[in-house]
Design a protein around this ligand. Structure first.
Ligand SMILES: Nc1ncnc2c1ncn2[C@@H]1O[C@H](COP(=O)(O)OP(=O)(O)OP(=O)(O)O)[C@@H](O)[C@H]1O
Length: 507
């Protein structure tokens, strides 16, 4: 059974070294997390699985790693300077600031109903309520004040200001001179680096439509209320694809990517039955979107929340960043661009005339992916002897440690040496991390590796050494015990057969 509460996951992550609070020894920094020894392995494995599936296993994709800090004009023409904002409200009593939709969502049902009645919308339709609050700031502030909306920090009814837009981009000065022009932004999505490199990639690879560019990297959003552990952070990582296609074929490609992405999640242990597809209502679409499917995963404690967005961005992005816009018959409504020096077109596959392609964008968060994978893997079991164990049943390709090699006694140099040799030989197979676990207590080692999701533990014991004494069986010389994390079955294998056996299991 997957995790039932976020607390279970938070506590396991800290205890076993998956995730720590950022800047913790100075009191922590809200919305920033550090990935520990096991977290970094899990994260790398998720990213590698995504890259393998979306770049290596397809013939129509290229990869990219663009810079994080971007020219202010990129984010101006992308529309982010003007529109990448969330409405926020302040409580005048204690100067605490909240994202409007989060504030309302966190209220008791009767308070929410009062706010909805004031705004004249159905209390069951939360997106419509948020839209109404955003549309009429003065009425919204009145609704919050007269409905008894409470401040989560003080627990008391707040004195609420009018909602104001708050731009979520991090701005930074570039170079030694701090003047009006010397600033850039930390990208709020990796996508813009793909659009600005569209021409470079086409020219250097001779790609024709349809094709896509994939990128994994950090993005930064100054979230007003970062919360729910790594679900909503200010420094996040994204796995994004911009898939360029001929206008008119975009809806088919949108359906194609929806299907592909759902089956990828399934292969990572996040089943379709736990994902709802939200066809985002027109009034909630982002400024660039023709249509968007949000994949909503059933997170413990939070319920259904977005894990990935799959948007049809039409020709908005390339159309916004291109020069000569008026010659290009753009479908999307874009703002005038007199700054770009590149024409972002590609020959139409049939007519050969220059065309601005449509874009389908599957965009998944690495942090939210990791949280879902962890949550699905989390299992509490009662064993035959009545003991309870926590085990992370990761798909083997995602497990942070693939194999632990354990010498039965740490004070026996022959055992430790042989275990080290086995570890070194398995490490050379390139399967991921193989760990020499010489903490000495076999029971504790098994418990620890269950809790971090190591699929196989190999134990080197006195039988392995072939030392004949009353407890050992010489016929077992050069064999080891292999314990399966999920079934708890142990089998004896020859050391010479281990590599092939493990490779087959971890494929
Ligand atoms: N603050 C964040 N922390 C962690 N992951 C995030 C955050 N914002 C976005 N993501 C991830 O990036 C993906 C694509 O970003 P997108 O802009 O579509 O998110 P969003 O619609 O703004 O998310 P939300 O509505 O939850 O704020 C999301 O599906 C999510 O997995």
């Amino acid at each position: 059974m997957p995790a039932t509460s976020m607390e279970e996951l938070v506590s396991l992550c800290k205890r076993r070294g998956f995730i720590f609070q950022g800047s913790e020894i100075y009191g922590g920094l809200q919305g920033f997390y550090d990935y520990g020894p096991l977290g970094v392995e899990l994260k790398n494995n998720i990213k590698a699985a995504w890259w393998r599936s979306n770049v290596y296993e397809r013939d129509d994709m290229e990869g990219l790693d663009s810079s994080i800090i971007m020219h202010r004009l990129v984010l101006r023409h992308s529309g982010h300077e003007a529109t990448f904002s969330d409405p926020m409200v302040d409580n005048k009593k204690n100067n605490k600031r909240y994202r409007l939709d989060h504030l309302v969502k966190d209220q008791k049902a009767d308070v929410q109903a009062k706010v909805a009645a004031h705004m004249g919308v159905d209390p069951e339709n939360f997106p419509a309520l948020v839209a109404a609050l955003n549309a009429e700031p003065a009425k919204a502030s009145e609704a919050l004040r007269t409905s008894g909306v409470r401040d989560a920090f003080s627990g008391e009814i707040g004195d609420w200001t009018e909602p104001k837009p708050f731009n979520m981009m991090f701005k930074t000065t570039i170079g030694p001179v701090a003047d009006e022009e010397s600033y850039g932004y930390l990208r709020p999505e990796t996508a813009q680096g793909i659009f600005t490199n569209f021409k470079n990639v086409v020219d250097s690879t001779s790609r024709r439509l349809p094709f896509g560019i994939a990128q994994i990297g950090k993005a930064f959003r100054n979230e007003i209320t970062p919360r729910n552990f790594i679900f909503r952070v200010r420094e996040l990582e994204q796995m994004e694809i911009e898939f360029f296609c001929t206008p008119g074929t975009d809806e088919d490609w949108h359906a194609h990517w929806l299907e592909k992405r759902l089956s990828w999640w399934e292969a990572q242990g996040v089943p379709r039955s736990k994902i709802e597809i939200l066809d985002v209502p027109k009034e909630d679409l982002a400024h660039y979107s023709k249509r968007t499917y949000d994949l909503m995963y059933d997170y413990p404690t939070l319920g259904y929340e977005e894990i990935e967005g799959i948007a049809n961005r039409s020709d908005y992005d390339l159309g916004s960043h291109t020069k000569s816009q008026s010659e290009l018959n753009l479908v999307a409504r874009v703002s005038e661009n007199n700054d770009s020096i590149a024409k972002l077109t590609i020959p139409h596959p049939e007519t050969n005339k220059p065309v601005v392609p449509f874009v389908i964008e599957p965009s998944a968060g690495v942090d939210r992916a990791l949280l879902a994978v962890l949550s699905e893997a989390f299992t509490k079991e009662t064993l035959e002897n009545g003991n309870e164990r926590i085990v992370l049943k990761f798909k083997p390709h995602l497990a942070p440690i693939k194999v632990a090699v354990i010498p039965l006694a740490r004070n026996k140099p022959e055992l430790v040496e042989l275990a080290r040799q086995i570890k070194n030989d398995l490490q050379k197979l390139g399967l991921g991390r193989i760990l020499l676990e010489d903490s000495g207590n076999i029971g504790k080692a098994y418990r620890r590796h269950d809790e971090v999701g190591t699929p196989y533990c190999i134990t080197v014991d006195f039988d392995t050494l072939g030392q004949s004494n009353e407890d050992s069986d010489v016929s077992l010389k050069d064999t080891v015990t292999v314990r399966d994390r999920d079934t708890l079955q142990q089998e004896r294998l020859k050391i010479s057969e281990l590599a092939e056996w493990i490779q087959a299991k971890l494929k």
